[in-house]
Design a protein around this ligand. Structure first.
Ligand SMILES: [Ca+2]
Length: 100
């Protein structure tokens, strides 16, 4: 699925503890839940918090990659009601985060 950025940041997933990968729907819910000010978009801080929750060991790097991948209009925010969220979910999926 798309590009694999894991090589640039090492393995994100501890396979001993990992059981099940997130589904796209679950990832959507996670990202939506991190829109803490309910403006329909994810800011850098909100996005980074979401990646931390997903288990990212290098959330700063991950957030930058996610924005460059999914922020279509380059406003620095991920719009949760259009293709930007879909792209973000695709990106997160490609990282291989597991449900803990
Ligand atoms: Ca945007």
């Amino acid at each position: 699925m798309g590009f694999n950025y894991q090589l640039a940041c090492g393995a994100e997933v501890n396979t001993k503890e990992a059981q099940v990968v997130w589904t796209d729907d679950q990832l959507r819910k996670v990202f939506r839940s991190y829109d803490s000010n309910n403006d329909g978009q994810l800011s850098w801080d909100e996005l980074r918090a979401a990646f931390k929750y997903l288990g990212s060991h290098c959330s700063y790097f991950r957030t930058g990659r996610a924005l460059s991948y999914a922020d279509e209009n380059k406003d620095g925010l991920i719009n949760l009601s259009n293709v930007e969220l879909s792209d973000l979910v695709s990106y997160a999926h490609s990282c291989g985060y597991k449900v803990f």
